[in-house]
Design a protein around this ligand. Sequence first.
Ligand code: KG4
Ligand code: ZN
Length: 335
Amino acid sequence: MIVLGIETSCDETAVGIVEDRLTLRSNVIASQIELHAPYGGVVPEVAARAHLEQLLPTIDHALVEAGVRLSDVDAIAVTHGPGLIGALLVGVSAAKGLALAHDLPLLGVNHLRAHVEVAQLEHGELEPPLAALVVSGGHTSIVAMDADGRFRQLGGTIDDAAGEAFDKIARFIGLGYPGGPEIDRLARDGDPTAFRFPRAMAGSGDYDVSLSGLKTAVIRELRRLEAAGIEPDLADVAASFQEAIVDVQVDKTLAAARDQALETLVMAGGVAANSRLREAMGDACERAGVRLLIPSIPLCTDNGAMVAASGANLLAAGTTASLDLAVDPSLPLAG
Ligand code: KG4
Ligand code: ZN
């Protein structure tokens, strides 16, 4: 069974093709980073327009790369939420058009679930129950995937998402957009112990995190140094800030996994591309005896393969969508 997956929820026009649920055939991304960079963030109207221009060529490209024709495809999967409404509508409309024209089943994919399920392409069939940390530009959630495949929210951010915190601090210290990869790079030359930024809610006894206080603490420290005429070492700032985010994610996720007796953890979403988070989560899971599955970096940030993989799971379960599939900008992960 060959599933073509379309992802247009934010600023990547992406198409992936997956065969028999577990085999990646192609994964093509037309990035819009250059279009949004001058604005320092994603401009929703610009994103929707760029999806409109890039989607059909990206579908063609993905078919060529997979060596299949549209007539070989068995189903069309598309992200229908969460995300930017105008951006989502472009992908969903195109998917409906393809499904209708080629008489194929339509699969409505949850973007957050897809971030987790993409792990099956590199690590094989996921075997719930397991824990998942989904860290992206818009979301920071710790969830359990129960034996029946349903997600259950265990905790998450009560304010900023991890990626949002990375992007905001990067902008504040004059790095480009998106900020996460820039901070990751800069932090490699910095000392993570140079500044002691707060680890909010460290002892709160639940699995929630708060990142807005950290962001404020970094900004306040930089302003204080500036007022004192001291030039901060930005690599040290980046490394210390990153370390604080990483500490909080690792501690809360492992506490959740331990308390829920979950022996496998999937770490997913754009921030799961962070080199320090990958390393620290790897060390902590090894100590705790938890099996850690992290997608390779191109499958962590938004991509079409994750939509195809998640869609293939829906197809296998017989959960197809009708042609009146609606977009849902705030579709939750659990529930
Ligand atoms: O999953 P994703 O591509 O899009 C959303 O669904 O939001 O995540 C994008 C986020 C951005 O905030 C970006 O700065 C962050 O992931 N990100 C990173 C890294 N690569 C991407 N954050 C930290 N370190 C990275 N290496
Ligand atoms: Zn995403």
